[in-house]
Design a protein around this ligand. Structure first.
Ligand code: DO4
Ligand code: MG
Length: 279
C-alpha cells in the first residue's frame, strides 16, 4: 500500500484500487504500530476514487512535524568518495574509521520546514562550489522504534564544504530546501526486499548527465542497527524519518546547476522528482 499526500487529503493506492480521505492529524495517522494492517481496515470506509491523482506532478512531502535524520558512510562508495574529497584537509581517516566502527554516523538532516515534496524545487548553497544529490532509501519509524514504511529521500549535499573540513558537516547538509521526501509512503506487509534497487538520473537541458543504480543489499549496516542507535538517547514522540545513506555518487567533475532535474526511483515506492531552484 502507498499513501500519497495532497494538501489535507491522503490518497491510498492499494495495488491499483484507490481510496481517499481528508486527514486532520497526519502525525496520528502515520505514527502507529501496524500501519499496514491499520490501513487495510481503515480504507474500507474511505471514498473510492480513480488513479488520476497519480498523473499530478506534485505531491506534498509525507511529513508533519517529524524530524529527518540521516545515516552516513553506510555504503563503501560513500566512504571512498568522501575519503577522496577530504584528502587535502586530512579528514579522510574519519570516514574510513566510521565505516568499520560499531557506532554508525547519524546526523540531524532537516526539520519538515526545510523539506520539499516531489515536484518541488530543492536548493544548492550559494557559498558552495560542488553540490550533489544523494538518493537514499528513507525509513518511516514510529515513536516505538518500529519501521512502518519507506519513502525516497534526497540528502542534498555540498561536497566542497564537507571536504574542506568534516566539522562543517551540518553546513554541508542543512540549509533551506536541503531535503526532499516522497512521492509517497510505501507501507508493505513485510520488510522491503534486499533486491530493491535505487536509481538516479540527473538531466540538464534534456541531456542525461548522470545515470546509475544500485541494490540496497550493498549497504554495510542493518536498518535495525541504525534505528537502535538513533533511539538510544532520543525520543521521537511523533515518529521520525531516517535516510539510510547513499551509494550513488556522480563523478568528481560533476556539480549540480540551477535548472537540473533530479529523478530518484526506488523499486516498489515510485519516483521522486525535483528541479534545482534558486532562493
Ligand atoms: O559523512 C558525511 C555524510 C555521509 C552521507 O550523507 C551518506 O553517506 O549518505
Ligand atoms: Mg547522505
Amino acid at each position: 500500500m502507498k499513501i500519497y499526500r495532497i494538501g489535507a487529503t491522503a490518497f491510498v493506492d492499494n495495488e491499483g484500487s484507490y481510496r481517499k480521505r481528508e486527514i486532520v492529524d497526519w502525525t496520528t495517522f502515520i505514527n502507529r504500530d501496524g500501519l499496514h494492517e491499520f490501513l487495510k481496515k481503515e480504507i474500507v470506509d474511505w471514498k473510492e476514487t480513480d488513479g488520476s491523482f497519480l498523473d499530478l506532478n506534485r505531491f506534498d512531502p509525507p511529513i508533519d512535524n517529524q524530524e529527518i535524520w540521516a545515516a552516513g558512510v553506510t555504503y563503501e562508495r560513500s566512504k571512498t568518495a568522501r575519503m577522496d574529497e577530504a584528502k587535502e584537509s586530512g579528514g579522510s581517516v574519519f570516514y574510513d574509521m566510521v565505516y568499520d566502527a560499531e557506532r554508525p554516523e547519524l546526523f540531524f538532516k532537516a526539520t519538515a520546514q526545510r523539506c520539499v515534496g516531489s515536484g518541488d524545487e530543492v536548493y544548492i548553497r550559494k557559498d558552495s562550489t560542488w553540490n550533489v544529490p544523494e538518493p537514499e532509501l528513507t525509513l518511516l519509524i514510529n515513536s516505538q522504534g518500529s519501521i512502518e514504511g519507506y519513502t525516497i529521500g534526497n540528502d542534498m549535499s555540498s561536497r566542497s564544504i564537507e571536504g574542506e573540513n568534516p566539522l562543517y558537516l551540518p553546513q554541508a547538509k542543512v540549509y533551506e530546501k536541503c531535503a526532499a521526501l516522497g512521492p509517497c509512503i510505501y507501507v508493505p506487509k513485510s520488510p522491503i526486499p534486499t533486491t530493491t534497487r535505487i536509481y538516479i538520473t540527473i538531466e540538464r537541458d534534456g541531456k542525461t548527465m548522470f545515470n546509475e543504480d544500485v541494490a540496497i543489499s550493498k549497504i554495510k549496516r542493518d536498518f535495525g542497527e541504525l534505528v537502535s542507535f538513533l533511539f538510544r538517547e532520543c525520543d521521537f514522540p511523533q515518529g521520525v524519518f531516517l535516510m539510510t545513506g547513499t551509494c550513488l555518487v556522480p563523478p568528481d567533475d560533476f556539480t549540480l546547476k540551477v535548472g537540473d532535474k533530479i529523478s530518484i526511483t526506488i523499486d516498489g515506492i515510485g519516483k521522486l522528482v525535483n528541479h534545482v531552484g534558486k532562493k
